[in-house]
Structure formats: C-alpha cells, structure tokens
Design a protein around this ligand. Structure first.
Ligand SMILES: Nc1ncnc2c1ncn2[C@@H]1O[C@H](COP(=O)(O)OP(=O)(O)OP(=O)(O)O)[C@@H](O)[C@H]1O
Ligand SMILES: [Mg+2]
Length: 419
C-alpha cells in the first residue's frame, strides 16, 4: 500500500467515510461519505472527536504511541502491546519489516477482523483455516513471547504462526489472548477472527502461559468474575477452558451480528496512560453526555467500588467500554471486563496508585471520597453497595482456594482488599 493511500471505513456494510494518514506531515484525515451522511446516523456513531461533516477533517493532535496519529475512535481498532508483538513476529516470517509498515497498512491487515463493528477496506487478504487447538496456541504464544534470538521467526511453524496472527493480533491489552468461536452444536473451536453467526459462541480467551509462579492469573480472573457477577456487576458469561484459560463471551459479537463498541479512550481521545486524563469522574461525565440511563451511572459506581474493595488498580480508560445500539441510535455502558487482581501479590508495594482517580485521589482513597462521587452523580444507597461488595470478599477467597490458588497467594491478595 502506498504510504498516503486512503482506507474506506465500513459500518454495517456501508462506507461511512475515508480515513487517510500523511506519513510526511504526521497528520490523519477523515471525510464522511455523502451518502452515509444522508442516513443521519453519523451524528451519534462518533459522538465526539469527528463532529464536522465537511470538508475533510484533519487531526494532528494524536501523535502519541497510544493513538499513533489516528483519530482515537480508529486507533481503538489497533492492538496494544501483546497484539503488536504477534503482528511483528508474523511480519518477520513473511520477511516484512514491522517498523516500515504504516499505521493504515496495519489497519488494512485488521480489515474486517477487528474488535467492534468498524471495518477497513481494501483489507489485506489473509488465508482461511479450520479448527484450532487452544493448548497448542498457548504453547506457541509462550514461545513467541519468550523469543530471544532474531532468527526465531524463521524456525517457527508458519501455518501455526499465521493462525496466531489472525486470532491474536486484533484485540487490545497487554496479556496474551486469542479470539475463537465455539460451534454450539458440536463444541468444535475454530478461529474467531471472521465468523459472526448464531451457530457459534464468540469468545475472547485470555491464555494461561504459565508465567506466574505457583498460580494462574487467568484462574484468579475467573474467580474475580464469579465474585463480580455475584454482586451485580454486569459481565458477559465466562468459563475456564482446560481449567486454566479464561474465556469470556464477546459483547462486540452477539446474536450473529457485530456491535459497534469503543473504549473510553477511543470515544473521547483521553489518553489512558496519562494521569491527568484518568479519573472515574471523566467516565461518569461521558455517561451524562451520552445520555445513558441512570442505571448505567449506578452500574459504573458499583464497578468503581468493586475495583477499590478488590484492589484492582488496573482500572484504566481502555478497561471501560461503551456499546452503540443501532436500533435505538444510543450508547450504553458496556459489560465490565478485565476485573482482576492487577498487582504482583509477591511484591510488597507500599502504596501503589490506581489508574483512575476517585475524587482526585489515586492513593489513600477514603470512603468519604467515594461518598463525594456518589453524591455528585446522585447514586442512591451507596452505603449498601459498598457493604454488599465488602461482604463478597469471603466468597472470592473460598472460590480462589477451591480453584487451586495457593492460600499464601490468596492471603497476600486479601491483605490489599478493603474489607
Ligand atoms: N468480553 C469482551 N467482549 C468484547 N471485547 C472485550 C471483551 N473483553 C475484553 N475486550 C476488549 O479487549 C481488550 C483487551 O481485553 P483485556 O482488557 O481483558 O485484556 P488485558 O490484556 O488484560 O488488558 P490490560 O492491558 O488492560 O491488562 C479490552 O480493552 C476490550 O477492548
Ligand atoms: Mg485491559
């Protein structure tokens, strides 16, 4: 692809506009398709950032590594650290230099395989394949992450690496993960990059590659999921595969169709790595702006308290998403995900600050700070919510122990919880 070529952005089978990136000027551009504008959907699909209809809008403010020059709502389709490692390794097997691939070219590889509902055309053709074996995929991902020598990629099984590339390089986040689909009738697991139908369940699987000493992070995440579900946090169904990989149903693939989803970073352009941008209040304000119902406000409050009580410090702006409903032309808070014990339990952080501030504080947050947020956003019965979540700690402890997490690790985790 020529460096300055345009990509067509497609939503529900219709071109919504053209995305460009000028490598020399380091500027991106977006121009709505006039036919799409007539549908009036444009107003709400991207409620922030792209606001003008015409002429071509130019963006020069998003250079950071987080957005890579693109308007954040498109940067949201790019992978983060884990996906980029997989991307780079696969590129090396095909003798391409990852550094020389433009951001638009990477989006073209994502094509119609990305998270959410946005598609990029013309997409790069990637061959199809059949069934997959999750433990084989986990072993391969482990090898890719542990690779030391630069000739590593040459020695890999090309077909297996291609599969990993297809199903492991589009989701965001740091941890190893793949997208798979499970045939509801037969249980067969197939690559989940392209399928969207009612005969399959579409999962995001966080792989246990045995990188934690003595326990599985993914099993801990499953026990967090059990605790969160039990206390009214809205999450997709989940299960453990082979007793160790954490599989969660995708909220961007439901009932045979793709849902348009964006993270808070993608919706707003707030940088999830910047403390100045990272506050729970920014998400509450976004919800008011999007006119989400008050029960979403109550739900976010519950998640905030859960993250405080259960010491999940990694509650950053890409760990909260919104889902657009085409029928109602409205945005709602999406299901919660990535709720887990985010620190290394073996390390003794004295005072580790959390990603999102509460009432302006990242450390030493007190219940009166939580109360200030509850009052600001008219959350009812907030004391009851706090109590219910604190009362869930023993359930978590019991679940973790019964799933084989060593008592020593569970004790270390519990010491950080706000019981
Ligand atoms: N159930 C789901 N349905 C759809 N998208 C999801 C789901 N769970 C996670 N995602 C998307 O995939 C991304 C990565 O997932 P997740 O946050 O669980 O991974 P992670 O590697 O642990 O992240 P981090 O880097 O924050 O630790 C999320 O930011 C979100 O956009
Ligand atoms: Mg995450």
């Amino acid at each position: 692809m020529a460096k300055n070529q345009l990509l067509s952005v497609v939503f529900e089978g219709e071109e919504i506009g053209l995305l460009g990136y000028d490598e020399n000027l380091k500027k991106s551009s977006f121009q709505y398709n006039p036919t799409f504008l007539k549908t009036n959907k444009w107003l709400n699909l991207f409620p922030l950032i792209i606001r003008r209809i015409q002429p071509t809008q130019v963006f020069s403010q998003f250079h950071s590594d987080i957005f890579r020059g693109l308007p954040p709502l498109f940067a949201d389709s790019l992978p983060d650290m884990f996906g980029n490692i997989i991307f780079k390794t696969w590129m090396e097997t095909t003798a391409k230099d990852f550094e020389s691939i433009s951001v638009l070219e990477q989006l073209a590889y994502i094509g119609n395989r990305g998270m959410g509902a946005l598609e990029y055309h013309p997409s790069k053709k990637v061959p199809l394949d059949a069934t997959i074996d999750i433990s084989e995929m986990a072993d391969l991902v482990k090898q890719v992450l542990e690779q030391k020598q630069s000739t590593f990629a040459d020695s890999m099984n090309h077909a297996a690496l291609l599969t990993i590339f297809k199903i492991g390089s589009s989701a965001g986040g740091m941890r190893p993960k793949i997208l798979v689909s499970e045939n509801i009738a037969t249980g067969a697991i197939v690559p989940g990059d392209l399928l969207t139908d009612i005969y399959h369940r579409h999962y995001l699987v966080k792989l246990d590659i045995g990188d934690q000493k003595g326990y599985s992070r993914e099993v801990v995440e499953y026990c967090y999921w059990l605790a969160a579900k039990s206390v009214g946090i809205d999450m997709m169904d989940a299960k453990l595969i082979d007793n160790k990989h954490f599989a969660t149903l995708r909220f961007d693939r439901m009932n045979g169709s793709k849902n348009h989803t964006l993270t808070v970073s993608g919706l707003t352009g707030l940088d999830y790595t910047k403390p100045a941008d990272s506050a729970y209040e920014n998400i509450f304000d976004l919800m008011l702006f999007l006119k989400c119902p008050h029960k979403d406000v109550e739900q976010l409050f519950r998640r905030m308290v859960f993250n405080l009580v259960f010491a999940n410090h990694d509650d950053h702006l890409k760990n909260h998403s919104f889902v657009y409903n085409s029928d109602t032309d409205a945005w709602r808070l999406g299901p919660a995900y990535d709720l887990t014990y985010s620190l290394n339990p073996e390390l003794n952080f004295l005072n580790h600050s959390r990603a999102l501030s509460v009432n302006g504080k990242r450390v030493d947050i007190l219940w009166k700070d939580v109360e200030a947020v509850a009052k600001k956003y008219a959350v009812k019965q907030y004391k009851k919510v706090i109590q219910e979540i604190q009362d869930t700690i023993p359930f978590f402890v019991k679940s973790a122990l019964s799933h084989g997490v060593p008592k020593r690790i569970v004790d270390l985790m519990q010491r950080r919880m706000m019981g």
